[in-house]
Design a protein around this ligand. Structure first.
Ligand code: FAD
Ligand code: NAD
Length: 468
């Protein structure tokens, strides 16, 4: 094979594309990954998961030092240095993206720098960037071009005063008032960051609940908890226009249904009403690659599009827009190309909101089970009664398990509380293995740990938790 001939060319070097590239190379394929950003890691590493988690961690420590240390008998006077906080975040991103370049070299994946355009099922041309002019010949193509922030009509993003998540990760000073349009995952995570650093934060949400896909009870408690932290909510409202001066943005806000418009002012507005698939410049129309009504690329169970030899995975395909979903699809698609028979259990993909407390879930919500007519039982345990939570000074939140009423099979798990994003994996494992709530209740859990709350919730689905 020549330097420009491959078994697989992947367009997009995010968690879907770069993980698929490494897996395919491990399985013996000659792989190229075309990425136009100038750095590997996609949205997730550069402007998504990682920088947001770095700022969530830093801002949580700052907030804790300002408000939580007294209780532990520690007296300090913290001072915010936003430049170094942002610098730390940038360094983490650099190290991780460079780490992927190293992994590419180690696995002999060819990193092609530039924008890829698919000419046919066996040819990708680089039409812009450092490697512009290269033409790659390949047996298969995988599209992993991800997603972008959904624009809100009437609101023009400048990434300074009116920002998407990308701008909200780079603000040069703490806003006095930040309005967040959309009470979803991005709004609540990044709203939390700036609230902790001193901004007044108001979330304007179209619906009557935040993170609408979350279990309803958890969503209510989550909102109440964030309110206690000082985040304000304007529910059932929509933003219909914006005007700005050098200092201020004025939003026109209307009730979601009907009613009088009002004005709201802020120095920074974060628009985060969802993300949409990104396939610009790929040439999909000319190739006849089918997309659904929301623009996602349609794929079969082998991740192949309607055009033989062209595959798609990750955010540009239907399903939850999560890095680990993209990664899993990348791995499974590569393994299928190599003749293996893996599968993804889409009912066992956990979701985590990295606020404080964290919120995590896997499997069905109560609403979903009701909708499906499945009879279920609920087991709940509050962190207030968990000794580790008490020792660490946490009170808010609970573990809630949903199990089939007849078979006891675990169907859903919902946690709001400390380390929820870690605790959820025990329950993900149980769901993946088709286990029951009793299985969880019978597993020995170390004491004192937050994990004991998981076991107690499982006991509550049987004949009762011990400490409730
Ligand atoms: P992407 O990561 O978007 O990567 C696609 C890549 O393709 C991009 O780098 C792009 O430059 C490149 N590309 C596009 N077109 C071309 C072309 N023609 N040629 C060459 N390259 C091209 N998910 C989580 O699971 N956990 C989190 O905590 C989390 N936090 C997030 C926080 C924020 C602020 C945001 C915005 C998202 C977050 N996500 C999180 C979602 C996560 O980032 C995405 O689900 C994930 O990045 C999707 O991976 P992907 O590989 O499909 O696409
Ligand atoms: P989202 O879908 O999570 O939330 C969007 C919110 O905006 C919803 O509550 C919706 O009702 C509301 N909304 C929609 N239109 C509106 C309007 N006109 N006015 C007011 N509110 C409106 O979307 P997001 O927060 O932008 O995040 C995008 C994606 O990124 C998500 O799918 C998520 O999976 C991913 N993400 C994941 C994580 C994580 O896993 N921790 C973190 C950040 C982002």
């Amino acid at each position: 094979m020549s330097e420009t001939e491959f078994d697989l060319v992947i367009v997009g070097g995010g968690p879907g594309g770069y993980v698929a590239a490494i897996r395919a190379a491990q399985l013996g394929m000659k792989v190229a990954c075309v990425e136009k950003r100038g750095r590997l890691g996609g949205t997730c590493l550069n402007v998504g998961c990682i920088p947001s988690k770095a700022l969530l961690q830093s801002s949580e420590l700052y907030h804790e030092a300002c408000h939580g240390f007294d209780d532990h008998g520690i007296e300090v006077k913290p001072k915010l240095n936003l430049d170094s906080m942002l610098g730390r975040k940038a360094k983490i991103v650099d190290e991780l993206t460079n780490g992927i370049e190293f992994l590419f070299k180690k696995n002999k994946v060819t990193y092609v720098k530039g924008a890829g355009k698919i000419i046919s099922a066996s040819q990708v041309d680089v039409v812009d960037g450092e490697d512009k002019g290269k033409s790659l010949t390949t047996k298969r193509i995988m599209i992993a071009t991800g997603s972008e922030s959904t624009p809100l009509p009437g609101i023009e993003v400048d990434e300074k005063q009116i920002v998407t998540s990308t701008g909200a990760l780079e603000l040069s000073s703490v806003p006095k008032h930040m309005i967040v349009i959309g009470g979803g995952v991005i709004g609540l995570e990044l709203g939390s960051v700036w609230k902790r650093l001193g901004a007044e934060v108001t979330v304007v949400e179209f619906l009557d609940r935040i993170v609408p896909n979350m279990d309803g009870e958890v969503s209510k408690v989550f909102q109440r908890t964030l309110k206690k932290q000082g985040i304000k909510f304007k529910m059932k409202s929509k933003v219909t226009g914006a005007s700005k001066t050098a200092k201020e943005v004025t939003l026109t806000v209307e009730p979601a249904a009907s009613g009088d418009a009002e004005e709201m002012k802020a120095d920074v507005v974060l628009v985060c009403i969802g993300r949409r698939p990104y396939v610009d410049g790929l040439g999909l129309e000319e190739l006849g690659v089918e997309r659904d009504e929301r623009g996602f690329i349609k794929v079969g169970s082998d991740y192949q599009t309607n055009v033989a030899g062209i595959y798609a995975i990750g955010d540009c395909t239907p399903g939850p827009m999560l890095a680990h979903k993209a990664e899993d699809e990348g791995i499974v698609a590569a393994e299928m190309m190599a003749g293996q028979k893996p599968h993804i259990n889409y009912d066992a993909i956990p979701g985590v909101v990295y606020t404080f407390p964290e919120v995590a879930d896997v499997g069905a919500s109560e609403e979903k089970l009701k909708e499906a007519g499945i009879e279920y039982k609920v087991g709940k345990f509050n962190f207030m009664a968990n000794s580790r939570a008490k020792a660490n000074g946490y009170r808010d939140g609970f573990v809630k398990l949903l199990a089939d009423k007849k078979t006891d099979k675990l169907l859903g798990a919902h946690i709001i509380g400390p380390a929820a994003g870690e605790l959820i994996h025990e329950l993900t494992t149980i769901i993946e293995f088709g286990g029951s709530a009793e299985d969880v209740a019978r597993i020995c859990h170390a004491h004192p740990t937050f994990s004991e709350a998981v076991r107690e919730a499982a006991m509550a689905t049987q004949d009762g938790a011990i400490h409730a």
